[in-house]
Structure formats: C-alpha cells, structure tokens
Design a protein around this ligand. Structure first.
Ligand SMILES: Nc1nc2c(ncn2[C@@H]2O[C@H](COP(=O)(O)OP(=O)(O)OP(=O)(O)O)[C@@H](O)[C@H]2O)c(=O)[nH]1
Ligand SMILES: C[S@@+](CC[C@H](N)C(=O)[O-])C[C@H]1O[C@@H](n2cnc3c(N)ncnc32)[C@H](O)[C@@H]1O
Ligand code: SF4
Ligand code: SF4
Length: 325
C-alpha cells in the first residue's frame, strides 16, 4: 500500500478498546465519554479486519487502546493474530500498554509470539502517579514491567514530556536503562479536550534533551524500530528515543495508519480524515472493504498541523485513546 506522497504503509496500529482503567491528565478528561458498546468491533471482527491489512502488506501490527489489556478476550485475539507471525506474513505483533494488568498477561503474550511491549510510565513517584492518572497506583505497573522481563519480553518505556514531571526525565531514563529497557519521550499532542491547558503541559523536546545532557553524554544513532522515534545512545549503552511531532515532525517518513475499536480507519493521527470500515466489515463484501482501505490510504494526508504555542493551540477533536496513538 503506497499513499499519494510515495510512502509505503507497513505498520497498523489497531485499537482494541477505547476504554481505560486510568485517566491520564494529558490523554482524556476525568469524565470521558466512551463509544457505545454495540459500536465496538467484536474480537472476530478485529481479527478479520487485521487479516485484510496483513493481506495488503502490513508487516508490523501494534495493539493499543484505550488500555488493550482491559479488553476481555485480548489473549484470544493475540493468539489468533499470532498465526500471521507463524506464516511469516507479519514481522512483529506487539502492544502498547499502561502496564497495570501486564503482570497477569505477560507470560501468555510471550507464549503467543509477542516479543516486546511498550509500557507507558510518566513518573516514578507513587503520589504523582496517582495524581497524573487520576486514581491509579504505580505498584502494579512496576510489577508488570518485571513480569514482562521475567517472561522474556523486551520492554520499552514511554514517557510523555510534561512540565509537571520534567524533573524526573533523568531518573526515568536511569530506571529504564537499569532494567535493560529503552525509553522514549513523547511530546504531548493537542488531541481532544482535557482538564488542563495544553500549553501548561507541553515541554519542547530540545528542553528535555538538555536536561538529559546534564546527566548523560548522548550520541545520535540511526536506529529505527519502524516507529516515529529518533534514538540517541548514552555512554553506558542505554537507548533514549525522542518523538517530536511538535518541534521536528517526522511525517515525511510515515509508514503508519490506525484503526479504532469501532472500525474507523484514520490514515493520519493528526488529521480528521476517517473511513468507516465497520459497516463494510458487517454488511459488505471483502472487495468493498479492500477498495475502501486502498482509497483511504491513497488519500493519507501529507502531515499533521499540530501547534502548541502561547496564544495558539491547534489540534484535533479526537482523543489519543480513540486511535491508540
Ligand atoms: N504524531 C504521531 N505520533 C505517533 C505516531 N505513531 C506513534 N505516535 C506516538 O508515539 C507514541 C509512542 O508510540 P508507541 O505506541 O510506543 O509505538 P512506536 O513508537 O511505534 O513503538 P516502536 O515500535 O517501539 O517504535 C504514542 O504516543 C503515539 O501517539 C504517528 O504516526 N504520528
Ligand atoms: C493512548 S495510549 C494507549 C495505550 C495504553 N493505554 C498506554 O497508555 O500505553 C498510547 C500512548 O499515547 C500516549 N499519549 C496519550 N495521550 C497523549 C497525548 N495527548 N500526547 C502525546 N502522547 C499521548 C500515552 O502516554 C501512551 O504512551
Ligand atoms: S494514556 Fe493510556 S493509560 Fe493513560 S488514559 Fe490514555 S489510554 Fe489510558
Ligand atoms: S501525524 Fe500523520 S503523517 Fe505525521 S507521522 Fe503521524 S500519522 Fe504520519
């Protein structure tokens, strides 16, 4: 699948639920409205839809959410999708999780062909964690990271670059590296309404990188994982990734599309473009579905138009938890 800007699409981010057991302050408001249950794809529909994308050249499949591990039957879905790894059609089946339920599932994920997981962790301070997630506790996340490692899963940490936790950037990187994990810092994106001003949350990545440079000597690398991060290496060999949609967008090399838990294809995280696949999946033919996917990818926008600056925030009326990032 090649879009009209010549970019080959090989990476699908599939949201398996828009529900979550946390309420991260940068992701959603405390009183979040979720999609009506009948609108959610069934596990069978998710599996069938993923198979269409794999048939069209998707090589990397990431399950996300909401929180993917709150979806009942998630391990059955992973087990079904694992056949694409076994046939060689997929290079990677992976997921991004808040880690709260990872201790319960790490072993089963590893058994079904998952080799690595990305775990979101923005703070190491238990009180701050509860405040930032509006009610979560950090202990299960830390246990989840250990369980994943024990199950043989490679772990990467994700931390959003936030004004309130900037003072922890060095500690977070050291925490990750002590566990053999890479860490990626992500600039906050203006997606959906939250109970705060985006400008108050946003830390431009050069500022965060400067903090890290007080503790680590950083060397740029050419490492690519197929995701949007650009990586540096510390003198001790630890990897730190930067995802910089606001200060240095990476759209020219984009290889990704996403499908929501209700079966909407968004060819770009940062634009409103949307194609309903659920109706075709439920009532149409396989050819109709394939045509709709091809048309949507052909029309993938060139880039996003996010902006967070004094006096001006430009974003989208769609929360990150809808697309799963
Ligand atoms: N603007 C933008 N942000 C993205 C895109 N893809 C991922 N992100 C953001 O990057 C963050 C980290 O994504 P992950 O779920 O860890 O996935 P990844 O970066 O592809 O992971 P790796 O496979 O480990 O490289 C999330 O907050 C996403 O929203 C994208 O295409 N555009
Ligand atoms: C939407 S979550 C879904 C998966 C899972 N619940 C988790 O938190 O890892 C995926 C990633 O998006 C990040 N994220 C959420 N809202 C964001 C925003 N507005 N800007 C940047 N990253 C965001 C999270 O920190 C997480 O790393
Ligand atoms: S970032 Fe992930 S864990 Fe946090 S509220 Fe959003 S979906 Fe839930
Ligand atoms: S904002 Fe859109 S074009 Fe840019 S990297 Fe993300 S999905 Fe790709």
């Amino acid at each position: 699948m090649i879009d009209s800007h010549g970019r080959t699409i090989t990476y699908l981010r599939l949201s398996v639920t828009d529900r979550c057991n946390l309420r991260c302050a940068y992701c959603m408001p405390l009183r979040m409205r979720f999609a009506p249950r009948p609108d959610l794809l069934t596990l069978d529909e998710l599996e069938r839809l993923a198979a269409r994308f794999v048939a069209h050249g998707i090589r990397k499949l990431r399950l996300t959410g909401g929180e993917p591990l709150v979806r009942p039957g998630i391990i059955d879905l992973v087990a079904d999708l694992a056949r694409h790894i076994e046939t060689g059609a997929l290079d990677e089946l992976t997921l991004t999780t808040n880690g709260t339920l990872l201790a319960d599932h790490a072993e089963a994920l590893a058994r079904h062909g998952v080799r690595r997981v990305n775990v979101s962790l923005d703070t190491l301070d238990p009180g701050r964690f509860t405040a930032l997630t509006r009610g979560g506790t950090i202990a299960p996340v830390l246990a989840g990271i250990e369980a994943a490692r024990a199950a043989g899963l490679a772990v990467k940490l994700n931390a959003v670059a936030l004004r309130d936790t900037l003072d922890e950037a060095v500690d977070l990187a050291a925490f990750a590296h002590a566990r053999g994990a890479a860490i990626t810092f992500i600039e906050v994106m203006p997606l959906g309404d939250v109970d705060a001003e985006r400008l108050d949350q946003h830390v431009p990545m050069p500022e965060l990188r400067q903090r890290l440079e007080t503790a680590f000597a950083l060397t740029d690398t050419t490492l690519r994982t197929g995701g949007p991060a650009r990586y540096v290496r510390t003198a001790t060999g630890g990897m730190i990734g930067f995802i910089t949609p606001l200060t240095a967008n990476f759209c020219a090399s984009c290889n990704r599309v996403r499908v929501t838990a209700t079966g909407t294809l968004h060819p770009c995280l940062g634009n409103a473009h949307a194609t309903d696949l659920r109706t075709l999946l439920r009532d149409g033919s396989a050819e109709d579905l394939d045509r709709a996917i091809a048309r949507a990818i052909g029309a993938k926008p060139r880039a996003h138009d996010f902006r967070i600056a004094p006096g001006e925030t430009r974003g989208l009326d769609r929360h990150m938890s809808v697309t799963g990032g």
